[in-house]
Design a protein around this ligand. Sequence first.
Ligand code: SF4
Ligand code: SF4
Length: 288
Amino acid sequence: MARNRLSGPLADPAGEVGYPADHPERVGFFTDTSICIGCKACEVACKEWNLLPEDGLDFTGMSYDNTEDLSGTTWRHVAFVEQERPTVDLGMPAMGRDSDQVRWLMSSDVCKHCTHAACLDVCPTGALIRTEYGTVLVQDEVCNGCGYCVPACPYGVIDIRPDTGGAAKCTLCQERLGAGSMPACATACPTESIQYGPLDELRARAERRVSELHEQGVTSARLYGHDPDDGVGGAGAFFLLLDEPEVYGLPPDPVVTTRDLPSMWWHAAGAALTAAAMIAGSFLGRKR
Ligand code: SF4
Ligand code: SF4
Protein backbone atom coordinates (compact mmCIF):
# COMPACT_ATOMS: atom_id res chain seq x y z
CA MET A 1 0.00 0.00 0.00
CA ALA A 2 1.30 3.48 -0.86
CA ARG A 3 2.38 5.45 2.19
CA ASN A 4 0.28 8.50 3.03
CA ARG A 5 1.87 11.89 3.62
CA LEU A 6 1.21 11.75 7.37
CA SER A 7 3.93 9.15 7.94
CA GLY A 8 7.01 7.59 6.37
CA PRO A 9 10.26 9.11 5.11
CA LEU A 10 10.05 12.59 3.59
CA ALA A 11 13.16 14.03 1.96
CA ASP A 12 12.17 17.69 2.16
CA PRO A 13 9.48 18.67 4.72
CA ALA A 14 9.82 22.40 3.88
CA GLY A 15 9.49 21.79 0.12
CA GLU A 16 6.49 19.56 0.84
CA VAL A 17 4.55 22.50 2.29
CA GLY A 18 5.38 24.82 -0.60
CA TYR A 19 8.65 26.64 0.12
CA PRO A 20 10.51 27.31 -3.16
CA ALA A 21 13.30 24.95 -4.23
CA ASP A 22 16.00 27.38 -3.04
CA HIS A 23 14.78 27.30 0.60
CA PRO A 24 17.52 26.76 3.24
CA GLU A 25 18.74 23.26 4.10
CA ARG A 26 16.85 21.40 6.81
CA VAL A 27 18.64 21.98 10.11
CA GLY A 28 18.39 20.36 13.52
CA PHE A 29 20.14 19.16 16.65
CA PHE A 30 22.33 16.14 17.31
CA THR A 31 22.61 15.75 21.09
CA ASP A 32 25.52 13.48 22.02
CA THR A 33 24.63 12.54 25.59
CA SER A 34 27.93 10.69 26.11
CA ILE A 35 29.66 14.06 26.58
CA CYS A 36 26.93 15.93 28.50
CA ILE A 37 28.19 16.98 31.95
CA GLY A 38 24.80 18.12 33.25
CA CYS A 39 25.83 21.73 33.70
CA LYS A 40 22.41 22.94 32.45
CA ALA A 41 23.98 25.82 30.53
CA CYS A 42 21.60 24.87 27.69
CA GLU A 43 18.53 25.18 29.93
CA VAL A 44 19.68 28.56 31.20
CA ALA A 45 20.63 29.87 27.74
CA CYS A 46 17.22 28.80 26.42
CA LYS A 47 15.41 30.57 29.27
CA GLU A 48 17.53 33.71 28.84
CA TRP A 49 17.22 34.00 25.08
CA ASN A 50 13.53 33.19 24.91
CA LEU A 51 12.60 35.26 28.00
CA LEU A 52 10.99 32.24 29.66
CA PRO A 53 9.93 32.63 33.30
CA GLU A 54 11.20 30.28 35.99
CA ASP A 55 8.74 27.53 36.79
CA GLY A 56 9.60 26.31 40.23
CA LEU A 57 12.47 24.50 41.91
CA ASP A 58 11.02 21.25 43.15
CA PHE A 59 12.52 18.33 45.03
CA THR A 60 11.54 15.25 43.06
CA GLY A 61 13.02 12.75 45.50
CA MET A 62 14.27 10.77 42.53
CA SER A 63 17.32 12.59 41.26
CA TYR A 64 19.32 15.80 41.37
CA ASP A 65 17.15 17.02 38.50
CA ASN A 66 14.76 19.65 39.78
CA THR A 67 13.51 20.89 36.42
CA GLU A 68 11.64 17.57 36.13
CA ASP A 69 10.45 17.80 32.53
CA LEU A 70 9.90 19.89 29.43
CA SER A 71 6.99 22.31 29.74
CA GLY A 72 5.47 25.42 28.18
CA THR A 73 8.13 27.46 29.94
CA THR A 74 11.03 24.95 29.88
CA TRP A 75 12.04 24.21 26.29
CA ARG A 76 15.31 22.40 27.17
CA HIS A 77 15.45 19.90 29.99
CA VAL A 78 18.55 18.05 31.17
CA ALA A 79 17.69 14.63 32.58
CA PHE A 80 19.92 13.36 35.43
CA VAL A 81 19.86 9.56 35.66
CA GLU A 82 21.82 7.99 38.51
CA GLN A 83 22.61 4.31 37.97
CA GLU A 84 24.43 1.98 40.36
CA ARG A 85 26.54 -0.14 38.07
CA PRO A 86 30.15 -0.44 37.00
CA THR A 87 31.05 2.40 34.71
CA VAL A 88 32.79 2.48 31.35
CA ASP A 89 35.68 4.93 31.43
CA LEU A 90 34.73 7.81 29.13
CA GLY A 91 37.53 9.97 30.49
CA MET A 92 35.06 12.01 32.55
CA PRO A 93 35.95 13.27 36.06
CA ALA A 94 35.11 10.83 38.89
CA MET A 95 32.44 12.03 41.32
CA GLY A 96 32.63 11.12 45.00
CA ARG A 97 33.28 7.83 46.75
CA ASP A 98 32.57 4.54 45.00
CA SER A 99 32.32 6.52 41.81
CA ASP A 100 33.35 3.46 39.82
CA GLN A 101 30.05 1.88 40.88
CA VAL A 102 27.85 4.85 39.98
CA ARG A 103 27.31 6.24 36.56
CA TRP A 104 25.43 9.35 35.60
CA LEU A 105 23.50 9.59 32.40
CA MET A 106 22.72 13.16 31.43
CA SER A 107 20.73 14.16 28.41
CA SER A 108 19.39 17.50 27.25
CA ASP A 109 15.90 16.91 25.85
CA VAL A 110 14.04 19.22 23.48
CA CYS A 111 11.27 19.30 20.85
CA LYS A 112 12.12 16.76 18.13
CA HIS A 113 10.94 18.97 15.22
CA CYS A 114 9.43 15.81 13.74
CA THR A 115 9.36 15.16 10.00
CA HIS A 116 5.69 14.31 10.51
CA ALA A 117 4.56 16.52 13.39
CA ALA A 118 1.21 15.51 14.87
CA CYS A 119 1.05 18.79 16.83
CA LEU A 120 1.00 20.65 13.51
CA ASP A 121 -1.41 18.20 11.84
CA VAL A 122 -4.11 18.63 14.51
CA CYS A 123 -3.84 22.41 15.08
CA PRO A 124 -7.23 23.86 14.03
CA THR A 125 -6.03 27.47 13.65
CA GLY A 126 -2.84 26.94 11.66
CA ALA A 127 -0.79 28.34 14.55
CA LEU A 128 1.77 25.53 14.20
CA ILE A 129 3.71 25.79 10.98
CA ARG A 130 6.65 24.18 9.17
CA THR A 131 9.38 26.75 8.65
CA GLU A 132 11.70 27.17 5.68
CA TYR A 133 14.38 25.37 7.77
CA GLY A 134 12.15 22.29 8.15
CA THR A 135 11.50 23.03 11.84
CA VAL A 136 8.12 23.25 13.61
CA LEU A 137 7.13 26.65 15.03
CA VAL A 138 4.19 28.00 17.09
CA GLN A 139 2.89 31.39 15.95
CA ASP A 140 1.86 32.94 19.27
CA GLU A 141 -0.54 35.44 17.74
CA VAL A 142 -2.50 32.69 15.92
CA CYS A 143 -2.68 30.14 18.77
CA ASN A 144 -6.03 30.19 20.60
CA GLY A 145 -4.84 27.93 23.44
CA CYS A 146 -7.25 25.08 22.62
CA GLY A 147 -4.56 22.55 23.59
CA TYR A 148 -5.31 20.00 20.84
CA CYS A 149 -1.59 19.79 20.10
CA VAL A 150 -0.68 18.73 23.64
CA PRO A 151 -1.99 15.12 23.59
CA ALA A 152 -1.09 14.79 19.89
CA CYS A 153 2.68 15.01 20.52
CA PRO A 154 4.05 11.46 20.88
CA TYR A 155 6.91 12.76 23.06
CA GLY A 156 4.88 14.88 25.48
CA VAL A 157 6.83 18.00 24.48
CA ILE A 158 4.41 20.82 23.66
CA ASP A 159 2.42 22.37 26.50
CA ILE A 160 0.27 25.38 27.34
CA ARG A 161 2.11 28.27 28.98
CA PRO A 162 0.38 29.22 32.24
CA ASP A 163 1.34 32.89 31.85
CA THR A 164 0.14 33.40 28.26
CA GLY A 165 -2.43 30.61 27.78
CA GLY A 166 -0.85 29.69 24.43
CA ALA A 167 0.97 26.55 23.29
CA ALA A 168 4.75 26.77 23.52
CA LYS A 169 7.90 24.76 22.82
CA CYS A 170 11.39 25.06 21.34
CA THR A 171 11.55 27.28 18.26
CA LEU A 172 15.12 26.21 17.40
CA CYS A 173 15.73 29.93 17.96
CA GLN A 174 14.13 30.83 14.62
CA GLU A 175 15.19 34.48 14.85
CA ARG A 176 18.82 33.51 15.53
CA LEU A 177 18.83 31.21 12.49
CA GLY A 178 17.56 34.10 10.38
CA ALA A 179 20.53 36.17 11.57
CA GLY A 180 23.00 33.37 10.78
CA SER A 181 23.56 32.40 14.43
CA MET A 182 23.26 29.04 16.16
CA PRO A 183 20.44 28.33 18.63
CA ALA A 184 21.22 29.61 22.13
CA CYS A 185 21.53 26.14 23.74
CA ALA A 186 24.04 24.83 21.18
CA THR A 187 26.04 28.07 21.50
CA ALA A 188 26.18 27.79 25.30
CA CYS A 189 26.97 24.05 25.59
CA PRO A 190 30.61 23.88 26.76
CA THR A 191 31.21 20.28 25.67
CA GLU A 192 29.45 20.44 22.29
CA SER A 193 27.03 17.79 23.47
CA ILE A 194 24.40 19.81 21.60
CA GLN A 195 25.43 20.12 17.97
CA TYR A 196 23.48 22.22 15.48
CA GLY A 197 23.68 22.09 11.70
CA PRO A 198 22.28 20.66 8.46
CA LEU A 199 20.44 17.47 9.39
CA ASP A 200 22.15 15.24 6.81
CA GLU A 201 25.60 16.29 8.08
CA LEU A 202 24.55 15.69 11.68
CA ARG A 203 23.25 12.20 10.84
CA ALA A 204 26.57 11.27 9.19
CA ARG A 205 28.53 12.70 12.14
CA ALA A 206 26.39 10.77 14.60
CA GLU A 207 26.99 7.47 12.78
CA ARG A 208 30.74 8.09 12.98
CA ARG A 209 30.51 8.91 16.68
CA VAL A 210 28.62 5.69 17.45
CA SER A 211 31.25 3.63 15.56
CA GLU A 212 34.00 5.43 17.51
CA LEU A 213 32.33 4.66 20.86
CA HIS A 214 31.79 1.02 19.91
CA GLU A 215 35.50 0.74 19.05
CA GLN A 216 36.26 2.17 22.52
CA GLY A 217 34.15 -0.56 24.13
CA VAL A 218 31.04 1.53 24.77
CA THR A 219 28.80 -0.98 23.07
CA SER A 220 25.62 0.46 24.61
CA ALA A 221 25.90 3.61 22.46
CA ARG A 222 22.99 3.92 20.06
CA LEU A 223 21.16 6.60 18.09
CA TYR A 224 17.59 7.64 18.83
CA GLY A 225 15.37 9.57 16.41
CA HIS A 226 17.83 9.65 13.48
CA ASP A 227 16.06 7.09 11.27
CA PRO A 228 13.74 8.46 8.50
CA ASP A 229 11.95 5.09 8.61
CA ASP A 230 10.88 5.48 12.24
CA GLY A 231 7.39 6.35 13.47
CA VAL A 232 7.76 10.11 12.95
CA GLY A 233 9.70 9.96 9.68
CA GLY A 234 12.91 10.83 11.55
CA ALA A 235 13.33 13.60 14.09
CA GLY A 236 14.93 16.96 13.39
CA ALA A 237 16.45 16.71 16.89
CA PHE A 238 17.97 13.31 17.56
CA PHE A 239 20.21 11.79 20.23
CA LEU A 240 23.11 9.47 20.98
CA LEU A 241 22.11 7.52 24.09
CA LEU A 242 24.06 5.15 26.33
CA ASP A 243 21.04 3.14 27.50
CA GLU A 244 17.46 2.38 26.53
CA PRO A 245 15.35 5.48 25.68
CA GLU A 246 12.98 4.76 28.59
CA VAL A 247 15.88 5.27 31.02
CA TYR A 248 16.03 8.91 29.87
CA GLY A 249 12.23 9.30 29.90
CA LEU A 250 11.93 8.99 26.12
CA PRO A 251 9.29 6.78 24.43
CA PRO A 252 10.92 3.66 22.93
CA ASP A 253 8.99 3.62 19.66
CA PRO A 254 7.16 6.91 19.07
CA VAL A 255 4.64 7.06 16.24
CA VAL A 256 3.03 10.19 14.79
CA THR A 257 -0.44 10.09 16.32
CA THR A 258 -2.13 11.18 13.07
CA ARG A 259 -0.61 8.29 11.06
CA ASP A 260 -3.88 6.35 10.87
CA LEU A 261 -6.17 9.32 10.15
CA PRO A 262 -6.61 8.56 6.39
CA SER A 263 -7.58 4.93 7.03
CA MET A 264 -9.89 6.06 9.86
CA TRP A 265 -11.66 8.46 7.47
CA TRP A 266 -12.01 5.68 4.89
CA HIS A 267 -13.48 3.34 7.52
CA ALA A 268 -15.88 6.07 8.72
CA ALA A 269 -16.95 6.80 5.12
CA GLY A 270 -17.44 3.05 4.52
CA ALA A 271 -19.55 2.73 7.67
CA ALA A 272 -21.67 5.78 6.67
CA LEU A 273 -22.28 4.35 3.17
CA THR A 274 -23.24 0.96 4.63
CA ALA A 275 -25.67 2.61 7.07
CA ALA A 276 -27.19 4.71 4.24
CA ALA A 277 -27.59 1.60 2.07
CA MET A 278 -29.30 -0.28 4.92
CA ILE A 279 -31.73 2.61 5.60
CA ALA A 280 -32.54 2.93 1.87
CA GLY A 281 -33.02 -0.85 1.68
CA SER A 282 -35.44 -0.87 4.62
CA PHE A 283 -37.55 1.94 3.03
CA LEU A 284 -37.71 0.15 -0.31
CA GLY A 285 -38.66 -3.10 1.50
CA ARG A 286 -41.59 -1.37 3.26
CA LYS A 287 -43.01 0.07 0.03
CA ARG A 288 -43.40 -3.38 -1.57
S1 SF4 B 1 8.16 16.59 19.29
FE1 SF4 B 1 5.98 17.01 19.65
S2 SF4 B 1 5.88 19.26 19.75
FE2 SF4 B 1 7.84 18.75 18.75
S3 SF4 B 1 7.36 18.74 16.52
FE3 SF4 B 1 7.16 16.60 17.26
S4 SF4 B 1 4.94 16.45 17.71
FE4 SF4 B 1 5.40 18.65 17.62
S1 SF4 C 1 25.07 22.74 28.09
FE1 SF4 C 1 25.84 20.85 27.12
S2 SF4 C 1 26.99 19.83 28.75
FE2 SF4 C 1 25.77 21.40 29.77
S3 SF4 C 1 23.90 20.30 30.36
FE3 SF4 C 1 23.46 21.20 28.36
S4 SF4 C 1 23.99 19.58 26.91
FE4 SF4 C 1 24.93 19.00 28.87
